[in-house]
Write a protein that binds this ligand. Structure first.
Ligand code: AN7
Length: 364
């Protein structure tokens, strides 16, 4: 009997492609190595010959892709002697920063827009014990403050303007190529600050370059498709937006921090940006739950919403392989989920064998 090597996180797995040395103390909670799930029912339902995979990042330790960047950013912050980290957040970054700060034994300060972060994200950030500072302003306002604060307090910023964040996040592209043996034809992502789409492009590009001397990986790179919420779509309007609004609070962002990097990914890959309405986003979220058994948060479903639209329009042709990143777990936002299922609220009946039997048989 052989014992499989214990998985100890993405830095250990890809350490030759990341800025760490033999003596670096790695701050990890076992992030990465998330499943690439092939959709079975949705392609049949839409009647298209497409191979769609979802990279379910909601299965990271704090329930979002942010953990990939946070393991790297906090590892480097600790290596550089930092005692505290700081971020502005729509929820997921704050939860991740809080957890990795605990692991490292340092302090986390998080700035969040009051009343505009999903309940699960608030719950976990409270439990991890971060210093939560609510502001009566949106994410963009918080982000601007965080950038100024760096000159006024001894803290390390762990938003995606911290270059180590994207280093960690690029490993998701490595995992996909390692698993498929090649890159997909199209890669679809929700876009907020545009750090993740930039990180994936970096990852695909590094692997493509490495293929020159390493036969195991491919020189292929996907077409990158970035999808935003219609009320928060600066990449579609071509300019920053001051009052972004969407039910997908994770991507309620009007001033993306990785503006140039993301445009570069779009241009180099021959890809595009597009906007999805809140209705399209929620429909895709529900579809994943009801037809594939995959529960992601609203913002995450923006990638599938976009893919489905563009498959329907033929912009993504039949015969294509497509990866959609599902950035966060559905459990993060129970309020939005429950309000979507108003018509299917559970019935309450007498606790008798007869009543339960009737309830089941009536619904067969
Ligand atoms: C679920 O947590 O910006 O385009 O502060 O939580 O890399 O910004 C979250 C972003 C997509 C957008 N999906 O990624 C934050 C934050 C989910 C997210 C995005 C976010 P980027």
């Amino acid at each position: 009997m052989s014992i499989r090597k214990r998985y100890t996180g993405l830095i250990e797995t890809y350490r030759d492609r990341l800025p760490v040395s033999e003596s670096t103390r790695i701050i990890s909670i076992g992030e990465g190595n998330t499943p690439l799930i092939q959709l079975q029912n949705i392609p049949r339902l839409i009647g298209k010959d497409v191979d769609i995979y979802v990279k379910f990042e909601g299965l990271n330790p704090t329930g979002s892709f942010k953990d990939r960047g946070m393991t790297m950013a906090v590892t480097k912050a600790v290596e550089e002697g930092s005692q505290a980290i700081l971020c502005a957040s729509t929820g997921n970054t704050s939860a991740s920063a809080a957890a990795y700060a605990v692991r490292a034994g340092i302090k986390a300060f998080v700035l969040i827009p009051e009343g505009k972060i999903a309940l699960g994200k608030l719950a976990q950030t409270l439990m991890y014990g971060a210093e939560i500072i609510q502001i009566n302003g949106n994410f963009d306002v918080g982000m601007a403050l965080v950038k100024q604060l760096a000159d006024h307090a001894p803290v390390t910023i762990v938003n995606s303007i911290n270059p180590y964040r994207l280093e960690g996040q690029k490993t998701a592209a490595f995992e996909i190529v390692d698993e498929l043996g090649t890159a997909p034809d199209f890669h679809c992502l929700p876009v907020g600050n545009a750090g993740n789409i930039s990180a994936y492009w970096k990852g695909y590009s590094e692997y493509a370059r490495a293929s020159e001397n390493l036969k195991a990986v491919t020189d292929k790179r996907p077409v990158m498709c970035g999808y935003q919420a219609a009320g928060a779509a600066p990449f579609i309007s071509g300019k920053m937006i001051d009052h972004p609004e969407t039910i997908a609070t994770a991507i309620r962002i009007g001033h993306p921090q990785s503006w140039d990097k993301a445009w570069n990914a779009q241009k180099e890959s021959g890809g595009w940006f597009d906007a999805m309405t809140d209705e399209q986003i929620l429909a895709a979220q529900k579809m994943l739950s009801q037809f594939e058994g995959i529960f992601c948060e609203p913002a995450s479903a923006t990638s599938l919403a976009g893919a489905l639209q563009d498959i329907g329009a033929g912009k993504i042709p039949e015969g294509s392989s497509i990866v959609c990143t599902l950035t966060g777990n559905g459990l993060k936002d129970p309020d939005t989920a429950i309000s979507q299922c108003k018509d299917t609220h559970p019935v309450t009946i007498d606790a008798t064998l007869d009543a339960v039997k009737r309830a089941i048989l009536d619904r067969m």
